[in-house]
Write a protein that binds this ligand. Sequence first.
Ligand code: FE
Length: 243
Amino acid sequence: MPEFAPPVDHLDAVLAWLAAEPADDPVVDLTELRKHLDLPASQDIVGTQRLQALDLLRVRALETILTEKGYVDPAALDSIIETYETKVGPHIGAQVVARAWVDPGFREALLADASKAIARLGLEQTVGDHLIAVENTPTTHNMIVCTLCSCYPWPVLGLPPGWYKSFAYRARAVREPRAVLAEWGLMLPDSVEVRVVDSTADYRWMVLPMRPAGTEGWSEERLAQLVTRDSMVGVSYALQPEA
Ligand code: FE
């Protein structure tokens, strides 16, 4: 998508305009948006980009106000963003899953209280008070969603992917989870019970995916390579070992 950088002195106008717009209205007047963003009439802004532009504007406006009022330090914000962009990511969750696959005691502790179990591994747990791990088995498949907004287990998975925050995923995951999974190539037999878990600001969830067959005797490090972000959200299986 294009870079949007509205001049700061336009923020008041943008804020007033946004305040008058319904938050989720996709039919925003493009002429107005261009005017407020100072974009030439030829600049093409369509569909999702338009919504993303609005989100960016809201974030920018909020950040400016909070900074001006002294509530947040821009350097602290930058450092948080850098941490989640470069240091915290699904590789952490993958280590947790791999450990649970090889260590039954840890698996039990993880399923009993994921926050405590992960803290004992020395991994940082900074977002949300309670992380809960749910186990996928041959008879039960859990998938995670936040129907309200985009609550996600940041400390173990990093930043949420765009689709996780989309209206479509949030609505369809609860209404027709099997269809959503099937579109992503995960066909679950009718005999498998699907549980959709709704995250909140207080309770974040992660999925402990099934350990792939043919990985007996593998090291944790090697196993972790099979654990994908999507498998820990419950929208796919862990990768199969290459034959
Ligand atoms: Fe949320």
